[in-house]
Design a protein around this ligand. Sequence first.
Ligand code: PBG
Length: 324
Amino acid sequence: MAFPTQRPRRLRQSDTWRALVRETQLTLADFVYPMFIVPGAKLRHPVSSMPGVSQFSVDEIVGEARKVADAGVRAIILFSAPDHKDPDASAFLDPHGLVPRAVRGIKQAVPELLVWTDVCLCSATDHGHCGHVTPAGVIDNDSSVATLAKVALTHARAGADAVAPSDMMDGRVGAIRALLDANGFSNTPVVSYAAKYASAFYGPFREAADSAPAFGDRRSYQMDPANGREALREVLMDVEEGADMVMVKPAGPYLDVIRSVRKAVNVPVVAYQVSGEFSLIKAAAERGWIDERAAALETLIGIKRAGADLILSYFAPQLREWLR
Ligand code: PBG
């Protein structure tokens, strides 16, 4: 007979009480903000499906990174959408490509900001897949891994603070670690998109990164949304191969996975609140159907409560204002 002895409402009776017993806190220090680079100069191109998010040319992204850092964000992750696309993803191997130039510019202008780079092939391949495609139309694992490692090295040489492979090829963490180490970059962390699901929530991002697959889908390399145990297999493999952090992506529909990954590994667990999760809230808020701030903070606290140590989110630059 708990009630009336037990009255949980006693600890909810004021802001002060609620703050005192709050189990989970959101702090800006936990956030990483994704940014998109496009070719050209003096360009800021709004992404129509992601209100408030733009693509920037290299010159413009440096100033924007300054603003993001001034908004209290400590880390960003860079994506790029090069014009030139070919089967080899050669735009991503160019030391003067969009990402290397942006990394150098940002590290020079905003040295305190941690700059991560996304490592994948999809925005630079003519078919839009995350790896190389054989004549039979199969995504070839091992040749893709070799290229991904070279892309990661290109980013490390430009001064990236961490490289984050998002391709979901098997063995890429180990290959990247080995190539970085062999070239003097043993201090560059690898943040692995370890449990990345074949999700319907990446749609808006594919506009921003110009990376939609020209044929088929990504289900032969990204994970089946039905699988939870398999995520543990993926993260344990990546930790074994040397991943410094492991990521679960998307975040909201996979809170159970975040929780079980948190229990299974001792490296930081990162969750990616992806473009579709962001745009759903933005779109409903634009229609007046939902309170943007309250809804966004609720999703983020849920991701944190599930066990994420860090969150990649397009809401990051708005947080300082919201958390005041
Ligand atoms: C590229 C990549 C994707 C995202 C991050 N890296 C898209 C995809 O796999 O198709 C999605 C991020 C987002 O939706 O915000 N491999």
